[in-house]
Design a protein around this ligand. Structure first.
Ligand SMILES: C[S@@+](CC[C@H](N)C(=O)[O-])C[C@H]1O[C@@H](n2cnc3c(N)ncnc32)[C@H](O)[C@@H]1O
Length: 273
């Protein structure tokens, strides 16, 4: 399924290593993941989410507060696969909550979770077996051209041209992103002026993909402990851009009603770019 990140040749599994015909070798980690991220002087030595974020996300997602999102994504993928065995990749999969739910729902799929964070992939690999876990960047994915049936990007870095390259003819792309009202109540606690920041995924994808449909997932949930609230905060990018005084305000709250407002955009690969 993989290509060598150095020379782009196919890599084959030999015992606990992968090797290409140019003898570039990549060892599987003890927990069972493969690291195909090549060092880059411009990049941090530990790119992607750090351990604290990964653990916060694991603890938050395991409460199943976001289960409706997972269920909607699974229904879409189930329909697209139409009982055929398909190759599915989850790009920027984090600690693997959504990836593992896809495998549970569609056990005959060949599924691979990719993230640039070693901490995230290590935790995913320790927890969920029967899934290929790979450390790699969304900008340079270790797959052959036209080799993947469905690619999924959930709240993560979306690179249209790279998804176009690796998807097979008529392959599907699913992008899950936050919509205007997502976590508005959390933002109101943190910021005096709440900015509505929407991303136009359909516009970003328009040169490479035909937009088929947008599905909305919108509901409310009550968080009933400060631990849940802090886990949610620590798994979002707000963690990096919030002033200390605002974090202190959040630390005093034990209950918070939140709006979950998410879009799922379904695309199909264009015949030609
Ligand atoms: C907001 S989290 C979403 C994780 C997971 N999809 C989920 O919804 O639980 C974004 C993830 O993208 C990863 N990430 C950031 N930049 C990336 C890149 N260039 N390539 C691959 N993953 C990346 C981060 O490490 C993080 O795990």
């Amino acid at each position: 399924m993989f290509i060598c990140p150095i020379c782009n040749q196919k890599i084959d599994k030999i015992d606990k290593s992968y090797k290409c015909k140019n003898n570039h070798t990549f060892d599987m980690a003890k927990s069972g993941y493969l690291n195909l991220l090549i060092s880059n002087k411009k990049r941090s030595k530990t790119p992607g989410d750090d351990k604290e974020m990964v653990i916060a996300r694991r603890n938050f997602l395991n409460t199943d507060i976001y289960e409706e999102i997972s269920k909607s994504v699974n229904e879409i993928i189930l329909k697209l696969t139409n009982n055929k065995k398909m190759k599915i990749i989850d790009i920027g999969c984090g600690e693997g909550y959504y990836t593992s739910k896809i495998k549970e729902k569609i056990p005959n799929s060949e599924i691979c979770g990719i993230d640039i964070s070693k901490e995230a992939i290590n935790l995913a690999a320790k927890t969920y077996k029967n899934i290929n876990w790979v450390v790699a960047s969304a900008l340079n994915l270790p797959f052959l051209d036209n080799s993947i049936d469905i690619s999924l990007v959930m709240f993560s870095r979306f690179i249209p041209e790279e998804n176009f390259r690796l998807l097979s003819k008529n392959g599907y792309l699913i992008v899950v992103s936050t919509d205007d009202m997502h976590l508005i109540e959390l933002k109101k606690v943190l910021y005096d002026k709440v900015k509505i920041e929407s991303v136009d995924i359909v516009d970003e994808a328009k040169d490479y993909f035909i937009h088929k449909e947008t599905k909305k997932v919108n509901y409310n949930k009550k968080l009933t402990s400060n631990q849940e609230i802090m886990n949610l905060f620590n798994m979002t990018p707000y963690k990096w851009k919030t002033k200390k005084e605002a974090v202190k305000r959040l630390e005093k709250i034990n209950e918070l009603e939140i709006t979950i407002d998410v879009k799922i955009d379904i695309f199909q690969k264009m015949e030609k770019k």
